[in-house]
Design a protein around this ligand. Structure first.
Ligand SMILES: *Cc1c(COP(=O)(O)O)cnc(C)c1O
Length: 471
């Protein structure tokens, strides 16, 4: 009907490409990409005109299509995943990429990525080498194990271990340790996928050595202990210690495996953090294989590490699954650099970013919180109250779930009744996510909270907050 004449004013893609700002983009990003964007921009304009939300005036239409083209190209070429500022208070946030990496690891990753690297080449003999060699000596030194292998993540480490040692056989596990880690990693499901049969032992709150003893039969492949990473069983409880379980396994000529989840290579209590079992302690307790993550408390790249007896590690390395789960040279380079930092535990809390953040003194954040609060108050004037608050950070990634890390944050509390407040909180979170570098906070019952524990560059945040309320 009357839409026809207005659509006649839609600019042709060629005319959009001829607008100087758009032509400049062609030089930078190539004509093909910008043409795609211009087509998309014109299509959106057409939809807008038909819906009555965009103007069909010829002098406006061309400008609108050009601006929309520039915006689209900008979005498409932005490096991803987007860098964000983590003010959630969860230090090892799985959805935000877990451990930040130390400069030593970043340099090593860049060096490895730039060119060829001796990943599987023995430089002495000139023969094909073992990919794990690059990090195995360090892992052996730091854990007291005989051998080590590295795969894509700890889920892969558990899968490879079970598939290599327990296919078509039974694996008894305590009912109190049938863990689900966020993102659908469930011990029972991994066992099924690895081709073995889970034998549930004991009860949720109490499992005794005699329960394991009763579960051992001719089809038993190994005994397994799983660290209850993200929960604690409290009250009337009993669990079988690593040492007792390993001894029982060995009496029956079976290997004993411990999935530690978050593996830290030092005693965390020396930094004032709660105790967390180390691979070294598990090996000393007699565990034959120990699996753990590279990017949880260890503070390195995403990977899964298996350490333990040479003969068993060799069986894992020979499994074709190992090839499917192996890590690349960039991960190996980063892991090696992080492991080297562990050689000097006295300086680890300064040099390893994850540990530095976890051990931060709340007082060191207070002055910063006061300055930032004043700025947020100014920029968001009238949105609600803005104040410095004491809060608790968490370790994250299912590590040390009960650890309370006293921290300092900025709480923005919108006024209004419950309904309106909930919407205001969601809007606030969205506003901070929409900043040029998205700032990710935490929504609580009555506040949008910015926990400053993971903020190391106040200047950058100031620059971003200056843009709040600017429309
Ligand atoms: C985190 C965790 C896993 C999975 O490790 P990813 O590195 O995330 O794959 C497995 N088991 C336990 C006990 C864990 O805590």
């Amino acid at each position: 009907m009357s839409a026809e004449p207005s659509l006649a004013n839609l600019p042709a893609v060629d005319r959009v490409l001829a607008v100087p700002e758009v032509a400049a983009l062609c030089a930078e990003h190539g004509r093909a990409l910008v043409t795609d964007a211009a087509r998309e921009a014109v299509a959106r304009l057409r939809a807008g005109i038909l819906a009555g939300t965009a103007t069909a005036q010829p002098e406006h239409a061309l400008g609108a299509a050009a601006r929309s083209t520039v915006a689209l190209v900008g979005q498409w070429v932005e490096p991803v995943p987007r860098r964000v500022i983590n003010l959630t208070g969860t230090v090892l946030h799985t959805n935000l990429g877990r451990a930040p990496m130390p400069p030593e690891a970043i340099e090593a990753m860049v060096r490895a990525a730039q060119g060829a690297a001796a990943v599987e080449l023995d430089l002495e003999t000139g023969r094909r080498g073992d990919r794990d060699r690059v990090v195995e000596d360090w892992l052996v030194r730091l854990t007291g194990a005989e051998a080590a292998t590295v795969v894509n993540n700890n889920a892969a480490a558990v899968l490879l271990t079970l598939a290599s040692l327990a296919a078509r056989k039974e694996v008894p596990v305590s009912r109190g340790e049938l863990v689900e880690i966020g993102g659908a990693f469930r011990i029972p499901d991994v066992m099924t996928r690895a081709g073995c049969r889970l034998v549930e032992v004991g009860t949720t709150n109490r499992t005794h050595l005699r329960d394991f003893e009763a579960a051992i039969g001719p089809r038993t492949a190994l005994l397994m202990k799983v660290h209850t990473s993200n929960y604690v069983v409290q009250g009337f409880t009993a669990e079988v210690s690593s040492r007792a379980l390993a001894e029982l396994a060995h009496r029956h000529d079976l290997p004993c495996v411990h999935d530690l989840g978050s593996g830290t290579l030092v005693d965390l209590t020396r930094y004032g953090l709660p105790a967390e079992p180390t691979p070294r302690a598990a090996i000393a307790d007699g565990m034959d294989l120990v699996t753990f993550s590279g990017d949880k408390l260890l503070g390195g790249p995403q990977c899964g590490i298996v350490v333990g007896r040479r003969a068993l590690v060799d069986r894992l390395k020979r499994n074709p699954l190992k090839r499917a789960l192996r890590v690349d040279k960039v991960t190996l380079a980063a892991l090696a650099a992080v492991l080297r930092l562990y050689a000097d535990p006295d300086r680890l809390a300064e040099r390893l970013p994850s540990l530095r953040l976890l051990t931060r003194d709340p007082e060191s954040m207070r002055a910063s919180a006061t300055r930032l609060t004043a700025l947020v108050e100014r920029r968001l004037h009238g949105v609600g109250t803005v104040e410095v608050v004491a809060c608790d950070s968490q370790v994250g990634s299912g590590a040390l779930p009960m650890a309370r890390l006293p921290s300092v944050g900025i709480a923005i509390r919108p006024a209004g009744a419950r309904r309106a407040r909930a919407k205001a909180l969601r809007d606030l979170a969205a506003t901070f996510r929409a900043l040029p570098v998205p700032v990710i906070g935490r929504v609580t019952e009555d506040a949008f909270l910015l926990d400053l524990r993971c903020l190391e560059d106040e200047g950058e945040l100031v620059g971003l907050l200056e843009r709040l309320g600017a429309g």
